[in-house]
Design a protein. Structure first.
Length: 315
């Protein structure tokens, strides 16, 4: 059997609360960067598909947006996309930030951890209502002694929606091989769904926009809320083998534009430099990246903005 001969292939959806570590786990399973990773919640806005291979099995990992109490249109569209990814999957992994549950057992949760716990319980209820079974992956177990997670395992096992429970650290890889083997065993027999050298099914224009959005979120920290998006307006293949990419950063207010630009345009230049380095490595060729900033107070209410990132507008 050649290394590219695939005999089993299917989809695995990774669902869970915002910031549970879904994108980090997806990138770990795929072995390459296909999802953006920041310290902020609600980073992923639409299902990102990464392709992993385990022996003769191909797993298409669907990294979904975080599932949370949605009020705004963009939030509702993200949550619908998350459950849509789970509905279509051969296997579902509910990724949980175990450190939040351990903190609750000790009676010392932060505000962020309380939100995470509420979201986890909402996912459990929705799995029950849908009659769905899932693997439970307790993430971030590198942050506390393992014996502290035993009461958490017992409590979550009582929910009755999990087939198996795994202790992992998506950050350092602990336990991920065992989880990956279990996912592979759930994939149905069949030919490869993607070519063996393909690691993601995102259009490159969209992936390039996500790389720039990641750099913005990492750099701006708490200064700028989530009301920004990046759109790849132009993608020009050059005769010398390089690519010219033009992107616009869309923000909701003039004050946000000033933050993104930075003093004398210094911040946007640095964002462009970092994004260009990542894109050059991903595309394996020279990249000429040009960034512009535009104010559009109503971008979250425009249908075309949602279509561009694969989300439903009417939710």
């Amino acid at each position: 059997m050649t290394e590219t001969e695939i005999r089993r292939a299917g989809f695995c959806a990774v669902i869970g609360a915002p910031n549970a570590g879904k994108s980090t786990l997806t990138n770990r399973l795929v072995g390459a960067k296909v999802a953006i990773v920041t310290h902020k919640v609600q980073t992923t806005r639409f299902p990102v598909r990464g392709v992993a291979q385990v022996g003769d099995t191909q797993i298409v990992i669907v990294d979904t947006p975080g599932i949370f109490a949605a009020k705004r249109r963009l939030d509702r569209a993200m949550v619908k996309a998350a459950w849509g990814g789970a509905d279509e999957a051969d296997c579902v992994v509910h990724l949980v930030d175990a450190s939040a549950w351990v903190a609750e057992q000790a009676g010392r949760t932060s505000a962020g951890q309380r939100h995470s716990l509420e979201d986890d319980r909402r996912v459990i209820e929705q799995l029950k209502e849908a009659g769905k079974r899932a693997f439970l992956a307790l993430n971030k177990i590198d942050l506390f002694p393992h014996d502290q997670v035993l009461p958490v395992i017992a409590a979550l096992n009582e929910a009755g929606v999990y087939d198996e429970i795994f202790l992992i650290s998506a950050e350092n890889g602990e336990g991920v091989d065992t989880l990956e083997a279990a996912i592979a065993a759930r994939m149905p027999e069949g030919p490869a769904l993607y070519p063996p050298d393909q690691i993601a099914d995102l259009p490159m224009r969209l992936l390039a926009a996500e790389v720039t959005r990641e750099k913005l979120m990492l750099r701006l920290h708490q200064e700028l809320p989530y009301q920004l998006m990046v759109d790849t307006e132009a993608w020009e293949e050059r005769a010398d083998g390089s690519v010219r990419i033009q992107q616009v950063v869309i923000v909701g207010r003039d004050g946000h534009k000033a933050m993104v630009l930075g003093k004398g345009g210094s911040l946007i230049k640095e964002i462009g430099r970092q994004a260009r380095l990542d894109l050059t490595a991903m595309l394996d060729r020279p990249v000429h990246l040009f960034l512009f900033v535009k104010v559009d107070e109503r971008w979250q209410e425009k249908r075309e903005r949602y279509q561009g990132i694969g989300l439903e507008f009417d939710v």
